[in-house]
Design a protein around this ligand. Structure first.
Ligand code: BG6
Length: 478
């Protein structure tokens, strides 16, 4: 397929998260994090949602993060393969508990810092720019036990120490940073997204928005620190994006879509504009939620606005007024949604809507007027391995080329400044929502199954050569 050339310096690449790829959960002095306690199979959703308490591992469950794909020991091989595809950028996250194992130590863990030093050096060896997420769903269990995680303001101080430590240490190695991955996930999966467990009698909405306020403060502080440490650093927010379409042109459906979009934009409205939007203030008032806003907080939010807007895009979504008859059976495993009769869905029920990416980009840019960065997009599929070991993943190529073309139209035809595109999971990693290995996104196959079997060997899928050509042609050959 013929695409458009992207501007010079466009950051093509891929993205991963520490807990989904590193493994080595107890090596190098790493401490326990919420993400290590989320089991595979039964119990996964109640734990992620903060409804089932699991603050220790037990022997009945399998915990996918413990080994993941063992990138901790394979990173040189993996980065070499990324380089072979021509990556300009690799998005990864730092595991907070490698740096502060319990979260509140006075001094950081040198072994953890050294691991990322080596990893960044490996990227630079091939001219790959790291893009680093400070928090990709992880919270130290030490802080969950001590403070109840982001419910408590103490968490902001601990995060600030962590952020200052890594921003300072890597000031000459990492230019691009993200504060919180899919910050809006806190509303849907509070334990996975923010280490939150609900106690008897607590008002869940109050807990969630209190935690959100603390994360927003933490995010703003990280932006400020980054700019002080190295004025060349660029820091972004990160949203699980995907435009809500009204189910019909009924005004009630349109209004439902506006309200659904706002639930997501709320976070990045604050991170990008530096203040709570009027609709959020009114909604909190209506719900009787008092945000713990202390003197000085508004100043922190105002001074810590992000440089760019990053987001993940997997699909668009649909909104309808509760009275509208609509099929409410689709969506991903996290958010049950309304079926869009015009779109097909993936094997995991995620709607496939390439044009929705262009729409989402336009809406985001109109709203914020800041450069965008697509930091996740891709297709999770059940790959078939042929008898000779190859994987002919034409469905992945079809999904991705269609999405990249719409992205390119947004840049070339609509004029949107876009910093880069790091697709999700260039190498197969553990699925965040299901804990499965069989839900694969990669151009590189990892020999591992859902039960933990497999020798972890890496091999190239058919899509590997395709993406290499996309990057080599700077987006022209899709
Ligand atoms: C995003 C997350 O929600 O989507 C990733 O930032 C996640 O961590 C990705 O892996 C894809 O979701 P899943 O559930 O298919 O792994």
């Amino acid at each position: 397929m013929k695409g458009y050339k992207m501007p010079e310096g466009f950051l093509w690449g891929g993205a991963t998260a520490a807990n989904q790829c590193e493994g080595a959960w107890q090596e190098g002095g790493r401490g326990l994090a919420n993400v290590d306690l989320i089991p595979y199979g039964k119990g996964r959703f109640p734990v992620m949602a903060g409804k089932m308490r699991m603050l220790e591992c037990d022997s009945e469950h399998l915990y996918p993060s413990h080994e993941a794909i063992d990138m901790y020991h394979h990173y040189k091989e993996d980065i070499r393969l990324f380089a072979e595809m021509g990556f300009k950028c690799y998005r990864l996250s730092i595991a907070w508990t490698r740096i502060f194992p319990n979260g509140d130590e006075k001094e950081p863990n040198e072994a953890g810092l050294k691991f990322y030093d080596d990893l960044f050096d490996e990227c630079h060896k091939y001219g790959i720019e790291p893009l680093v997420t400070l928090v990709h769903f992880d919270a130290p269990v030490g802080l969950i036990k001590k403070f109840g995680s982001w419910k408590n303001r103490e968490m902001v101080n601990c995060f600030e120490r962590y952020a200052r430590t890594v921003l300072t240490r890597y000031k000459d190695k990492v230019k691009y940073w993200l504060t919180f991955n899919e910050i809006n996930m806190l509303l849907h999966l509070p334990f996975m997204g923010a280490g939150i467990l609900f106690e008897e009698g607590e008002d869940e909405d109050t807990v969630k928005y209190t935690a959100a306020h603390h994360e927003l403060l933490a995010s703003a502080l990280a932006v400020k620190i980054a700019h002080e440490v190295n004025p060349k650093m660029k820091v972004g927010c990160m949203l699980a994006a995907g435009q809500f379409y009204p189910y019909s042109c009924r005004p009630e459906d349109m209004w439902a879509s506006v309200c659904d979009d706002r639930k997501n934009y709320f976070f990045i409205d604050v991170q990008s504009r530096g203040e709570y939007p009027c609709y959020a203030k009114k909604e909190l008032e209506r719900k009787g939620i008092k945000i713990p806003l202390l003197a000085g907080d508004e100043k922190i939010l105002k001074e810590g606005t992000v440089d760019f807007i990053s987001f993940s895009y997997y699909s668009s979504r649909v909104s309808a007024h509760p009275d509208t008859p609509a099929d409410r059976t689709t969506g991903n495993a996290i958010i049950i949604g309304i079926k869009n009769p015009h779109l097909k869905a993936s094997d995991w029920g995620w709607l496939i809507d390439p044009q929705g990416l262009r729409i989402t980009m336009n809406v985001l840019y109109d709203r914020y007027q800041k450069p965008l960065f697509i930091v996740e997009n891709g297709l999770g599929t059940n790959d078939k391995v042929e008898s000779d070991g190859s994987v002919i993943d034409d469905d992945r190529v079809a999904y991705m080329s269609a999405h990249i073309l719409e992205m390119e139209k947004a840049v070339v035809e609509d004029g949107i400044p876009l910093m880069g595109y790091t697709m999700w999971g260039p190498i197969d990693i553990v699925s965040a929502s299901t804990g499965e290995m069989k839900k694969r996104y990669g151009f590189i196959r990892v020999n591992k199954d859902d039960q933990g079997g497999g020798d972890l060997s890496r091999s190239k899928k058919k899509s590997f050569e395709w993406y290499k050509e996309v990057i080599a042609s700077n987006g022209e050959n899709l």
